[in-house]
Design a protein around this ligand. Structure first.
Ligand code: GLP
Length: 240
């Protein structure tokens, strides 16, 4: 219901209304047209457009040129309280993880990464870029650096699966903690193509340094996550 003389803006009331309506729909279902909403609620098409634009920007709806507006697939929610791998995150949501390796080489550790991994610049690291996919939808592009001294003879084949699982189950090393930063960014052309988004589309830049139980830095990973597919959840306690 839309209350016209409310102090709550009409476009915002309509956004809430649409969110209620789509609870009964499934991703990919079309929603009513601007004209239909405008007639149903007796409000201007401009107001309807504003509400729909906001919901598209929020990732609740997707617009397809010439076809209409549809219910979007809900974003993947990632909890930030535990240290999990991409494969675990996707499986826990009932999605099937898949990985496409875009690049894999052994190089002297780049400046900037070396100090964080606490190794010398000339020490060798594996550098690999992986497109992380869930249920056939590209989710993130990750570039990782791991010292070769920690994993002898890492095979490209291994990178198709979970690197955390390989380290913990096969190498019997314990990954204990990580430091991660998250920043908003706009996707660059070389990122947007594999991710299947428009160049300049909103994305999340995450950097993670993971450590083994003995405190040795094990990986540095720079990830670009699709802003329209991901959201982070954190439970916070107020200190007494
Ligand atoms: C996440 C993290 C990466 C980590 C990866 C491991 O995506 N951002 O830092 O390397 O998980 O995932 P997996 O074990 O599935 O390869």
């Amino acid at each position: 219901m839309i209350i016209k003389d409310s102090h709550i803006p009409i476009y915002y009331q309509l956004e809430m209304e649409i969110k209620e309506i789509i609870k009964e729909l499934t991703p990919g279902d079309p929603i009513s047209s601007e004209r239909e909403f405008s007639e149903k609620y007796g409000i201007s098409r401009m107001t309807v457009r504003q509400a729909i634009n906001n919901l598209v920007a929020e990732g609740v709806l997707v617009r397809q040129r010439g076809k209409g507006t549809f219910v979007a697939t809900p974003k993947v929610e990632q909890e930030l309280s535990g240290l999990t791998s991409f494969s675990e995150d996707m499986r826990s949501r009932g999605l099937t993880p898949k990985t496409k390796i875009l690049d894999f080489k052994t190089i002297p550790c780049p400046r900037g990464v070396a100090s964080k991994l606490r190794i010398e610049e000339e020490e060798m690291v594996y550098e690999f870029s992986r497109l992380r996919i869930a249920d056939e939808i590209p989710m993130a592009l990750e570039t990782s650096y791991i010292p070769t001294a920690l994993i002898k003879e890492l095979q490209e084949e291994t990178l198709h699966g979970s690197i955390y699982e390989y380290v913990e189950k096969t190498l019997q090393l314990k990954i204990s903690h990580a430091t991660q930063t998250i920043e908003s960014t706009l996707s660059q052309k070389n990122e947007s193509i594999p991710l299947g988004i428009k160049e300049g589309a909103p994305a999340l830049l995450m950097e993670r340094y993971s450590y083994l139980e003995n405190g040795t830095p094990f990986e540095y990973v720079k990830s670009i996550y699709r802003g329209d597919r991901y959201k982070f959840v954190i439970d916070m306690k107020r200190s007494q």
